[in-house]
Design a binder for this molecule. Structure first.
Ligand code: ZN
Length: 148
């Protein structure tokens, strides 16, 4: 009687670090993921009510690699076919520098932020002024200007 071969061990896939609802939210607000950006990712809290909260939730979606959320919060005219997550890149923190408009009373808004990362062991920072607009009532990301 031959023993069944055990299945080959698969190498761990390049997945995001495990975030649970109780993890500190990656966006930097003093809240648990499930009570902060996670409630927008799952849809339990509807859509982000301001451009800044959408920005935060999209940053967190990059951290947890929630492609579906990123695509559905992207303006149709600038939305890519897919999101390429770079396995060598790890986001390390978000800082919001400024936000204009983008509240319940606006149709457009901007958010200026710095997102820190480590890429292949090298720390870096992305500085961007992002533009947001309402699409079917919900805030979506349109595009942004990256500054060095
Ligand atoms: Zn958050």
């Amino acid at each position: 009687m031959s023993r069944r071969k055990t299945r080959p061990r698969t190498a761990p896939a390049a997945v995001a670090p495990a975030f649970t609802a109780d993890s500190p939210c990656p966006c930097g607000l003093d809240a648990a993921y499930g009570a902060c950006c996670g409630r927008f990712h799952s849809g339990t809290a509807g859509t982000a009510p301001t451009a800044e909260l959408l920005m935060r939730s999209r940053y967190s979606a990059f951290v947890v690699r929630d492609e579906a959320y990123l695509l559905r919060t992207w303006a149709p005219e600038t939305r890519p076919g897919e999101v390429d997550f770079d396995p060598a890149l790890r986001w390390t923190g978000l800082e919001i520098q400024a936000a204009t408009d983008g509240t319940a009373f606006h149709q457009h808004g901007t958010v200026t932020f710095t997102a820190g990362y480590v890429h292949g062991g090298e720390p870096g920072a992305l500085r961007e002024r992002s533009r947001f607009a309402r699409h079917e009532g919900a805030w979506v990301y349109v595009d942004g200007d990256v500054s060095e």
